[in-house]
Design a protein around this ligand. Structure first.
Ligand code: URA
Length: 203
């Protein structure tokens, strides 16, 4: 595992862009380092780049990203550029490395890539982290418990409050705009807004 402890933003990003620590480097088109405000109060962490992210080098810009952006902008009343968005792995994992169907990162890929995320969190020192789905929640909370049980409850990563919630792709796969899971996500996001002192509409 890489020791990235003393790296500043520039050298951390340069190391990530040149990284060959796991097999995902063989099939990636771009490294999706993460983007947003390095002084953000809130950080969102997903699992790994999908097709559009791999093509553009930006996190959460496909369909799931559009939903995440709506949550941040319409729900929380922030600009996407006010927060920081990253993933557990920075290169796109696909089934059989064929570049067709996405899959969650495996434990080796997560172990190889997570030092980048750990250093990003250290540099940002956000007031709150929102983990999106199982891989980021399990990694940060060091647990095998599933998101359905963990979501909606505050947890902690190295002293930073963590709110686990469903991944936007999971919401889209389970009813999309009409998904009953949207109510749960909105509940979790409101908890984050309360903690940050952001005004919650209708309250
Ligand atoms: N899903 C993720 O977890 N991350 C992205 O960047 C895009 C889709």
């Amino acid at each position: 595992m890489k020791d990235l402890e003393a790296q500043d933003w520039e050298s951390l990003k340069a190391a990530a862009l040149a990284c060959r620590e796991c097999r995902l480097c063989e099939t990636r088109r771009t490294v999706v380092f993460g983007e947003g405000d390095p002084g953000a109060r809130v950080m969102f962490i997903g699992e790994g780049p999908g097709k559009t992210e791999d093509e553009t080098g930006r996190p959460f810009v496909g369909r799931a990203g559009e939903l995440l952006t709506r949550i941040i902008e319409n729900g929380m009343g922030l600009n996407r550029s006010d927060v920081y968005i990253a993933n557990v792995v920075k290169c796109r994992p696909t089934v059989d490395q064929k570049g067709t169907r996405d899959r969650p990162p495996d434990p080796e890929e997560t172990a190889a890539c997570s030092p980048y995320l750990v250093r990003q969190i250290e540099l940002i020192q956000p007031e709150v982290i929102v983990t999106l789905g199982n891989p980021s929640t399990r990694f940060l909370l060091n647990t095998s418990v599933g998101i359905t049980r963990l979501r909606g409850n505050w947890a902690e990563y190295r002293g930073i409050p963590v709110m686990p919630t469903y991944h936007p792709s999971y919401v889209l796969r389970n009813g999309g705009e009409k998904s009953p899971l949207r109510k749960d996500v909105w509940h979790d996001i409101q908890m984050v807004m309360n903690r940050l002192g952001l005004p919650v509409p209708g309250k």
